[in-house]
Design a binder for this molecule. Structure first.
Ligand code: 5GP
Ligand code: MN
Length: 314
């Protein structure tokens, strides 16, 4: 796909990603907006996202992200990044109403949507998919930083199995622009606030193993969230810590979103295809990292998940 050709003649271009935007989502939306603004200087290029975590505040264009989703906006071209349209929240209607709809993603659960779909499940991040659509000669330091953020977040700083020689070659090109990559990794990936650390400690302490220790689950309920003043972004990293525990094949982290509703994060080491488990419950994601929203009591949810995890462990 040729980005310039797809946007030829467009005056109003919109970009959005999924709700609860993460590093790959924010990075790919901002990198694309910076790139399009460069190759189409006369077009208006706007990014819409639910309020993103402020750890990404150093990325160029972050301040211009619109989180208000005003009604009645119309676009000649709209990009859905790192998501299916159903997970775009307030931007879904912009995408559906756009003259041309382009979906760029790497989730195995995304079957594609819109007029042009570039969905590459074998690629570690949407930022890496986007890198391949850009002309290296037109990249600059700001674009490189945004792409790099997405790549480190979705590959766990180049540790997960979705990291390939091609990923590292692209990352090498990106850091050649000279930004402080060590600081970006530290401040956006590893650093936690005191509050986040406390919640993580509590979640680890209260975790429960199932399936003879091959599964592990922890939950944070509404009351605890209110006590700490915690939001969804404060739980990042907990499920990975659970997965790191020796003997665990599949880790589950849940936080309460309603009286009988939980947001579920799933991670696996090498046996369980968690995208399959999450898809069964209406969610999606990747083979080793996926999520869904489930209704019922905590115990109902765990029992249902456990059945599907166990099926794959036999
Ligand atoms: P996380 O557990 O970090 O929220 O999400 C892990 C992966 O699964 C991410 O790539 C995320 O986009 C995807 N994911 C999480 N929840 C959902 C969901 O409810 N639906 C879909 N389709 N994907 C999800
Ligand atoms: Mn992603």
């Amino acid at each position: 796909m040729d980005l310039l050709q797809e946007c030829a003649g467009a005056e109003r271009i919109g970009i959005s990603g999924h709700i609860r935007p993460d590093g790959d989502c924010v990075g790919s939306c901002l990198a694309l907006s910076l790139y399009l603004a460069k190759i189409l200087p006369d077009a208006s290029v706007r990014v819409f996202l639910e309020t993103p975590p402020d750890i990404f505040g150093d990325l160029k264009g972050f301040e211009d992200i619109d989180s208000s989703f005003p009604p009645g906006e119309a676009f000649d071209v709209f990009f859905a990044m790192d998501t299916v349209p159903e997970r775009m929240g307030g931007a879904e209607e912009y995408f559906l109403g756009a003259g041309r709809k382009i979906n760029i993603d790497h989730h195995v659960s995304n079957r594609g949507s819109g007029d042009v779909s570039i969905v590459k499940p074998g690629v570690g991040s949407t930022c890496e998919v986007l890198f391949d659509l850009m002309d290296r000669n037109l990249m600059d330091r700001d674009i490189a930083m945004a792409l790099y953020v997405g790549m480190i977040h979705d590959t766990g700083v180049f540790q997960y199995s979705n990291t390939t020689p091609a990923t590292l070659e692209k990352a090498a090109f990106l850091i050649s622009f000279g930004f402080d990559f060590a600081r970006i990794i530290e401040e956006t990936f590893y650093q936690r606030t005191y509050l986040q650390s406390q919640i993580m400690g509590r979640a680890l302490m209260e975790s429960v193993r199932f399936l003879d220790g091959r599964g592990i689950v922890s939950v944070v309920n509404k009351k605890t969230m209110e006590f700490y003043g915690a939001e969804s972004q404060d739980f990042d990293g907990i499920v990975n810590q659970l997965r790191n525990i020796k003997g665990v094949d599949c880790a589950v982290f849940m936080y309460q979103t309603g009286p009988q509703e939980y947001k579920v994060s799933l991670r696996s080491t090498e046996r369980v295809d968690v995208a399959r488990v999450a898809s069964y419950f209406g969610g999606g994601g990747h083979v080793r990292a996926a999520g869904c929203t489930m209704q019922g009591t905590f115990h109902d949810c765990v029992n249902n998940l456990s059945l599907h995890i166990e099926e794959q462990l036999c």
